[in-house]
Each structure stands twice: as C-alpha cells, then as structure tokens.
Design a protein around this ligand. Structure first.
Ligand code: ADP
Ligand code: MG
Length: 584
C-alpha cells in the first residue's frame, strides 16, 4: 500500500491532466455500454414494427455512438502516452538531479549497473502502470459496474444466476495477485545483477583482458542470464495457470446464461432482444475481468519497481547546503583545520583521521607525505566536502566550509585526483570541463603548462580529437596531464594535487613541476606525492601516520628532526643512487 501511495504521489502534479483523462475514460465507457440497448430496441420493437424510418434512426444512432467512441479512444490513447512520457521524463530528471547531489559515500557502495537499471527500466515500468494500466484498471472497473447494472436491468433473475460464479472469479484474481508479486520482485532484482555484471565487465575490460579472465566473465554473465531467464519462466508459469482458469469460468458463465436464459425466454419472461443484448453485456463484462490478471501483473511489476526508484529519491543528502550560505567576496585560499577527526559512516569507530590541527596560509605550498592508507586522500577530500568532518571544523578564509555554498567552495578548489576520469568527448572539452566558458587560447595555455600540448598537437584532430570512454585511448600519464590542465584552467585559489604526477616519468614530472612553479605562486597548493624529489621545494611538509600528523616542517627542518621523513628521504636517495649506478 505504501508503494502504491508513492506511485500516486508521482501523479499528484498531473492531477488536472489526469482528471481529464478519467473523464475521457468515463465517456468511452458510456459510448461502449449504450449500443446493446439499441440492439434490444431494434430487435424487440424496430424490426417487428416494420417502421423503416425508425430502424434507420436506431442504426444511425448506433453508428454515431461508435464513431464518438472512436474519437474519444483516439484522444485517450494519445493522452495516456503524453502523460506517460511527461511523467517518466520528470522522474528521470528528478533521479538524475538527486544523483548529482548525493555524496561520494553513496557511490562508493552502489553498483553503477543497478542505478542504470533503476533510471531506465524501473522508471518505464512505473510510467507504464501509472499512465496506462492504472487508467485501464479504472476503465475496467467502470465497465464491470456498468455492465452489471445493465445485466440486472434486463433480467435480475437471469443476471443473478449467471453471475453466481463471480466470487470464484474474484478469488482466482486475488490468489493470482498474491503469488505473482514475489515472482516479479525476483525478476527485478535479477535484472540488477545482470546489468551490474555487464557494466563492471565493460568498465573493467582492461583488467579482464590483462588477467585473461574473459572465459570466466562470459560464464558469470551467462549464469546471471540463465538466472534471469529462469526467474521469468517461473513468473510466466504462474501467469499461464491463470488464463485457462479464467477461460473455464467464462465458459461456465456463458453456458449458465444460455441455459437459464433459454428457460426464461420460453417462459415468456424475457424477449429475444433481451437475450441478444444480455449476451453482448456478458461478453463486455467478462473481458475486463479477464484483463484484470494482466493489469494486476502490471501493478505488481510497478510495485516491485517503486521502492527501487524511491530508494534513490528518498536517500538523505548527507552533504547539506545551508539555505543562506555565507558568501566570501574574494577567496584568498587560507585553509584551517581545527581538531578535525573523521571516520566513515559505515565504520564510525575507526577514525581515519584524528585531531588534525593545521593552518595553510594563502599562497603556501604544502606537501603531504605518508604511507598508503594513512589518510592523505581523505584529508583533501574533506577540504572539498566530499565528506563532512566527524568532529572539529575546516575553515576557508575563516568561514566554516559547511556555511559556504558547495559551488563557491568547489569552484575555488582545483583538484587533480589520484584516479583521473575523462569523459567521452573531445580532449579540449575535457580540459574545459570545469570552465566551459574558457576560450581556445586559455585551453591551449593550460595544456602547455600541464605538458600535454605537444602530445595533443600530434593527434589527428588536435583538441577536437575524441577520447574514448574514460579516456581509454590515452596512457595513464597522459590522462593525468589532461586532468592537470583541467584544474589549471579553472584558475582556482586552492590547487590540490593527489599523486597527480605518479604515472608520468621523472623527466616529465620535473617539466610539469617547473611549469607549475609559476602557477603555484599565486595560490595555495597542497601536493600529495610519493617521490620526495617532487616536494623538496614545498614550504612545509606534513607527515601523516595512521591518520595523525606525525611531523611537520620544511625539508631541512625535517631532516634535522631525524624522524620518519629523514628515514624516508634516505631510503629514496639510496634507491636513486642504485639505479644511477646500474645505468652507468
Ligand atoms: N569510502 C571508504 N569507506 C571506508 N573506508 C575508506 C573509504 N575510503 C578510504 N577508506 C579507508 O581510509 C583509510 C585512508 O584512506 P586514504 O585516505 O585513501 O589513504 P591514502 O590516500 O593515504 O592512501 C584507509 O584505511 C582506507 O581503507
Ligand atoms: Mg590516496
């Protein structure tokens, strides 16, 4: 019932349009229900009277009713479809809108394939029910009530005897509804597994090939498909049982009518016209009841799809924006952490960051160093509010970042992330992703600084060259440099590089480093890097160990401290010397 209410809530904004459609449904039912009465009139009075004019009039009226019904049905079909398309478009936009606002935590535990299935198929299923089947259901109900009325009007005794099996019919419908719903739910769930498996297989195609796991993946997909087929067959078997049962009951009703109707006719209780029209109404009565099974199917399909769609719609947005955010008139780039601790929502006792106190001055260049898993990426993610701190606060120019609009916060922070993502559009558009208004000249300048322009110039269509989905045609280092150009072009006050040059060779890294010098001058920069050579020029180096700041200072200070940094530095120097010796 709750799910049904949710479907109704989707229709609420279209209540006016929907009520017009309901009127049309009512009208088309009227035009359908009246004609048998004309037939009765024709057989009982028109034909015996021999009055040709009267007969002509009746027939004309009969034709007129069917023409009118035709027109109404035409508008009705068109209207249903219009409403359906409107509804599904609106629902898809709503879902997409919500997805844009959900935080990273949602996506880190959601399968992309499942989201895709929800936005495409489930929306369609709900739409088909809300805008077709539900109206059909209403129409059929009207039809059943209407025909029952006429059946009783023609002969109450005959109607009562013929419809004796009615409770049986409704019992079958009720039972059917009960068993077919879980079957549909199982089908929807399996569709999720199927799309997820497919999506992951395509996204991870490199890994699949690299590990020669194609056969395994084919088998896995086959298994999901077999499961999907089987679940559908189970459902179809349940449905198949229903139809012959309904046929049988229908046949009984017809036999009952012929038998008892015949008796009443011979007893002179009813006329031949009565018999004829009764027969017509009986068929009109049976059809919607038989259709009920199909409609209940559609209802169950929709009820299975509804919670899946609403799960996204009702998802709480954990990164909330203030209604009246503080506006910083000119961002300078001062970042301050006070007593910041952070744990992920699904593991609240495990603090990934603990008691972080840190102030980064505008224009300062800070490097973060630490072992894998020490919390470096998490720390910078907090600055952009990809997650909110669990304790303490982070300030940008003295304003709690939770009080600033996400737009102002994020447009002032340029990030080059550990994992780069390129969209399937031109390389130029990828660079201009954060600054769509940028002119060609600035895109080229950004590419030059990121040391990727020479490569782009060798491409057949230069900046217009399309990159494959996720930049599949580019090397890791090339992708990183495109992402770097993207951040540079945005001209942010705070530039964050999370192992942004880890995939490029040392020579290119040094060239990027040089080019970045100029860019880093006017802004706060936070660099996470593995190679200490990259960060020697940093104003300050922060050593993170298991989520805590272990050491902090510039290169020389840290060396003098003779702690983790000094140890790490010595290790790396040794390695470099060794490789140098090997080269010689
Ligand atoms: N979405 C997440 N949910 C739960 N734990 C996470 C999530 N992302 C990272 N972690 C954990 O947080 C810790 C710090 O990760 P991260 O900041 O990525 O480290 P680093 O960038 O220093 O390698 C790790 O132990 C990691 O397993
Ligand atoms: Mg990291």
């Amino acid at each position: 019932m709750a799910n049904f209410k949710k479907i109704l809530s989707l229709l609420k904004p279209h209540a006016f349009y929907y009520s017009i459609l309901l009127m049309l449904v009512l009208a088309s039912n009227f035009f359908k229900l009246y004609p048998p009465m004309l037939i009765r009139e024709l057989v009982d009075f028109g034909i015996p009277s021999g009055d040709l004019n009267y007969i002509k009039k009746l027939l004309l009226f009969y034709v007129l009713l069917w023409v009118l019904r035709g027109i109404v049905v035409f508008i009705q079909w068109y209207g249903f479809e219009m409403l359906g398309q409107k509804l599904s478009m609106q629902l898809r936009l709503q879902l997409h809108d919500k997805l844009q606002r959900l935080s990273l935590s949602y996506f880190s535990k959601t399968q992309t394939g499942s989201v895709l299935a929800k936005i495409t198929e489930d929306v369609d299923i709900i739409q088909q029910f809300a805008c077709w089947s539900f109206l059909d259901l209403i129409s059929n109900t009207i039809s059943i009530i209407g025909t029952t009325y006429f059946l009783f009007r023609i002969s109450p005794t005959l109607a009562a005897k013929t419809l004796l099996m009615l409770p049986l019919l409704f019992f079958i419908v009720y039972r059917f509804n009960k068993i077919v719903r879980p079957a549909w739910e199982a089908v929807r769930e399996q569709m999720d597994n199927l799309t997820s498996s497919l999506q992951e297989n395509i996204s991870g195609v490199r890994v699949v090939k690299a590990f020669a796991r194609e056969k395994f993946e084919i088998e896995k997909f086959k298994k999901e498909n077999i499961d999907y087929r089987d679940k559908n067959i189970t459902r179809a078997r349940l449905e198949a049982r229903y139809n012959p049962l309904m046929e049988l009951v229908t046949a009984f009703a017809i036999i009952a009518f012929l038998f008892f109707g015949g008796l009443e006719y011979y007893a002179g209780k009813i006329t031949m016209g009565d018999m004829l029209s009764f027969n017509m109404y009986l068929w009109e009565f049976m059809w919607p009841i038989r259709m009920l099974g199909f409609l209940i199917n559609m209802l169950n399909r929709a009820l299975a799809a509804t919670p899946r769609v609403f799960e996204i719609l009702e998802m709480k947005i954990d990164i909330e924006e203030k209604d009246d955010p503080t506006k910083i008139s000119e961002v300078k780039g001062n970042i301050k952490f006070t007593d910041v601790s952070f744990s992920f929502a699904d593991d609240p006792d495990n603090f990934v960051l603990q008691d972080i106190n840190l102030e980064i001055k505008p224009g300062e260049r800070v490097a973060i160093v630490g072992a894998t898993g020490s919390g470096k990426t998490t720390l910078i993610n907090l600055i952009a509010r990809f997650h909110d701190v669990s304790q303490g606060a982070i300030y940008l120019d003295g304003v709690d970042i939770r009080d600033i609009s996400l737009k102002q916060l994020r447009t002032n922070i340029g990030m080059v992330l550990q994992e780069t993502f390129l969209f399937s559009t031109s390389i130029g558009d990828n660079i201009a992703f954060g600054s769509p208004q940028a002119d060609v000249e600035s895109v080229k300048n950004a590419a030059e600084t990121a040391q990727i322009s020479d490569f782009i110039d060798t491409l057949p269509h230069g900046y217009h060259t399309l990159v494959g989905e996720r930049g599949l045609g580019l090397s890791g280092g090339q992708k990183q440099r495109v992402a770097l150009a993207r951040a540079i072009l945005m001209d942010p006050k705070v530039l964050i590089l999370d192992e942004a040059t880890s995939s490029v060779d040392i020579e290119t890294e040094q060239r990027i480093q040089k080019a970045l010098e100029k860019i880093m001058e006017q802004r706060t920069t936070i660099i996470i890097a593995k190679r200490l050579s990259t960060i020697q020029n940093a104003d300050r180096v922060i050593i993170l160990e298991e989520g805590k700041i272990a050491e902090m200072g510039n290169h020389l200070e840290l060396l003098a401290l003779n702690g983790s940094y000094a140890r790490l530095f010595a290790q790396q120097m040794e390695r470099i010397e060794k490789t140098d010796e090997e080269v010689i």
